[in-house]
Design a protein around this ligand. Structure first.
Ligand code: GUN
Ligand code: FE
Length: 468
């Protein structure tokens, strides 16, 4: 496949790049083999050597961006997305989350319907890779993995491990728990094998799903289970995900029942590894971030869900300054939006409120702790991807995971979707008008007010998984 046009990506936190009139070559395995200016000698040479390959031209007024990475999403909770955000975390889990998860485990037809729809919505929102929490039952998680593989989405699928029941006596949910640490560990091992088997008949490059060990969070897991999962991760080289220091009621729950901090529980369980992604980490401080950085453990920052459950904002700048890998998560259904563009905007908004607070503190002599839209775009693409061992940029040797963004239609002279361009003579005019090149301002405007109407094709591993 050959695509010629404007490419935008963020290889570094402070380094959003626009590559004008570039030619990208993608081989049959979906790997980028060349990425250079269209008029560079290597591009001309490739085109001369392969006259049989058609070149897809990205229209002026459009650009190609890496797909988004959603680093934290509860697939079964998609069932009740956008409802029931009226309780603190521990009560919310009891009232809504566990109930939805149990329903999915009891009804495989419903699970397939919900997960098929979830995959379609992810594509619509430009999410090409996703780290998923599933349910307890192995078979339901295999359905989830099958749905994602069939949809062409790169999915890291976590079967929940939990051997402590947190359902309340008043709960209408029966217990939602595995019978013992031993049974939970056996099922976790079994799931890893079966999940890896789902795409085993396909060429390696087309295997898009991967199992992830998923101790739900400290309140639902005994030390025995956590230790066992730590050992299993090391033995099988499997990624790990959990929730760490998320909410006031959750942190207090762990202190009251275990007399210890979340981070120390995971550390003792050998679960802080370079293969680990921890959601939230809202209650961590700079020395904790230092620890995570030393372990190579990444953080999934979920600003919307934090606003409902955490009681305080995540210290994002501090985590980044300590060198921790950070990506963005929607945390559906603790967050109501599946769109990573919303997570980017919320991350900026929250960081700006934190910066305002810092400025009001007369004793503050530290630096600005807000992040800007370009940094958020890095987190949504490269940041999250790196946490999962993926690329998230356009580079030779990386898989072609990309989305086409349309800003302006030169034929009609109109912006697309919610984008309007009034001052067409100046730098603020529409990209593509009289061949005006795409500017940072054009990308910024899309970042602020663009939506799914601006999205065209989406590719994962070179396969076009959405075509509009
Ligand atoms: N902590 C443990 N389980 C959950 C969950 O399902 N959602 C959120 N937001 N936090 C959790
Ligand atoms: Fe979560």
């Amino acid at each position: 496949m050959l695509i010629r046009g404007t490419f935008v990506h963020a290889p570094h936190l402070k380094g959003l790049e626009i590559h004008y009139d570039h030619l990208i070559c993608v081989d049959k395995d979906g790997i980028i083999t060349q990425f250079a200016p269209a008029n560079a000698p290597e591009s001309a040479k490739f085109l001369e050597a392969h006259p049989e390959i058609p070149v897809s031209e990205v229209p002026s007024g459009s650009f190609i961006l890496p797909t988004f990475c959603d680093l934290h999403l509860h697939a079964p909770q998609f069932l009740y997305q956008g409802t029931g955000l009226d309780l603190p975390l521990m009560q919310w889990l009891d009232r809504y989350a566990l109930k939805a998860e149990l329903r999915m485990d009891e009804d495989s037809t419903l699970a397939r319907r919900v997960y098929t729809r979830l995959a379609a919505r992810l594509k619509e929102n430009g999410t090409g890779s996703v780290l998923l929490f599933g349910t307890i039952k192995e078979a339901t998680n295999l359905i989830l993995a099958e749905c994602m593989q069939a949809a062409g989405i790169r999915a890291f699928v976590g079967k929940l491990s939990m051997d402590i029941d947190i359902t309340s006596p008043e709960s209408t949910t029966k217990t939602y728990v595995e019978p013992s640490a031993r049974a939970a560990l056996e099922t976790a091992r079994s799931f890893v094998g079966h999940c890896r088997g789902i795409a085993a008949h396909l060429p390696v490059s087309q295997r898009l799903v991967e199992p992830v060990l998923t101790p739900r969070f400290v309140p639902t897991c005994t030390d025995e289970l956590l230790h066992g999962l730590g050992a299993l991760s090391a033995e099988l080289g499997v990624k790990v995900q959990s929730h760490l220091a998320e909410a006031k009621d959750q942190v207090e729950w762990v202190r009251a029942l275990r007399g210890i901090e979340d981070i120390d529980v995971f550390d003792k369980g050998t679960l802080l590894t370079p293969r680990t992604i921890q959601a939230h980490c809202t209650f961590l401080t700079a020395p904790d971030f230092d620890r995570l950085n030393a372990c190579g453990t990444a953080i999934a920052h979920c600003p919307l869900s934090n606003a409902y459950f955490s009681a305080k904002p995540f210290p994002l700048r501090e985590a980044l300054d300590q060198g921790v890998k950070v990506g963005l998560g929607t945390d559906v259904a603790g967050g109501y939006s599946l769109d990573i563009m919303n997570a980017m905007r919320q991350a900026v908004v929250v960081s700006r409120m934190r910066e305002g607070e810092r400025q009001m503190d007369a004793s503050a002599n530290s630096a600005d702790i807000s992040i800007d839209w370009k940094e958020a775009l890095y987190l949504a693409t490269r940041g999250g991807s790196q946490a999962l061992g993926l690329a998230g940029v356009f580079a030779v040797g990386a898989p072609f995971d990309a989305q086409e963004i349309h800003l302006y239609d030169p034929r009609t002279g109109q912006g697309i979707g919610s984008l309007d361009y009034f001052d067409l003579e100046s730098d603020h005019g529409g990209p593509g008008v009289d061949n005006m090149p795409l500017t940072l301002e054009h990308v910024e405007k899309w970042w602020c007010i663009g939506d799914t109407r601006n999205r065209g094709a989406v590719w994962v591993q070179g396969n076009e998984i959405r075509n509009v």
